[in-house]
Ligand binder design. Sequence first.
Ligand code: NAD
Length: 246
Amino acid sequence: MTTATDGRFTGTGVLVTGAASGIGRRIGERFAAEGARVVCLDRVVPHATDHLACAVVADVGDESSVAAAFDDAAATVGGLSVVVHCAGIHHLAPLTATSVEAWQRVNDVNALGTFLVTRAAGAHMIARGDGGRVVNIASMAAKQGGAHEAAYAASKAAVVALSRVAALEWGPHGITVNAVCPGYVPTEMGADSRTEEDVRRWSSLSPLGRLGTPDDVAGLVLFLASAEGAYLTGQALNVTGGMAMH
Ligand SMILES: NC(=O)c1ccc[n+]([C@@H]2O[C@H](COP(=O)([O-])OP(=O)(O)OC[C@H]3O[C@@H](n4cnc5c(N)ncnc54)[C@H](O)[C@@H]3O)[C@@H](O)[C@H]2O)c1
C-alpha cells in the first residue's frame, strides 16, 4: 500500500493548476498519495483539501495573481520542483458562430494562462538551480482539431507550441517541459452538453472502446514528473486510448 510518506515524490513541492476539480484534482491526489507537498492553484476553493499543503485562489489568466500565487506556493512548500498546468475552459460553437469575445475568453485562460504559469514555473525553477518538471495539459484537439472547437483547439495548439519553446530554452537548466494531450474524459467540462449518444460515439473512436479517466491522465503526468521521465522533453504525448496516434 502506498502511504503519504512513501513514493516517488516524497517531500517534493508540486503546484497543480485547475486542481479543484476533474483531471487536475486527481493529479493532485495522486501526487499527494506518493508523498508530495501539493499546492492547488484554482479560481475556486477546492471542496476537498485534506491532501493539499495549501490552496491558492487565483486566475491563471491574470499576470499579477499568478505571480503572487507562485510566491505563496513556494513559501508554503519550500520550493516547487514540479508544476502541472491543468486549468482550462472549453467552448463549443461552429466556427462561423464563434465570437471574438468567446475566442478571447478561451484563449485568455488556455493560451495566456499557459504562458503565465509556464513562465512563472521556469523563472522559479531557474532561480532555484535544481532543475524541474513542467507538464502542461493540452488536448487531442491541439493535433487534430475538432468540429465546433475553433477557439479551444487553437488555444491548445498554443499550449503544445509553448511547451516546446520552453523545453528548448530551459533544457540547459535541467528543466523538462512536456504537453499531455487527453482525448475524451468525462468531467465537469462539457457535462452540460454531453449526451449518452456522445459517450457511445466517442468511445467507439478508441480501439480500447472506452473514454479516458482522470487516472489515465494522472498516470502519464506522474510518469513525466518522475525519475523515469527524465529524458522526455518538448513532447506532446497522447493519452487518448488510441483515438490519436500521431
Ligand atoms: N475533460 C476532457 O475531455 C479533456 C480533454 C482534453 C483536455 N482536457 C483538458 O484538461 C484540463 C482539465 O479539464 P477537466 O476536464 O478536469 O475540466 P474541469 O472543468 O473539471 O476542471 C478545470 C479546472 O480549471 C479551473 N479553472 C478554469 N479556469 C480557470 C482560471 N482562469 N484560473 C484558474 N483556474 C481555472 C476550474 O475551476 C476547474 O477546477 C483542461 O485544461 C482541459 O482543457 C480535458
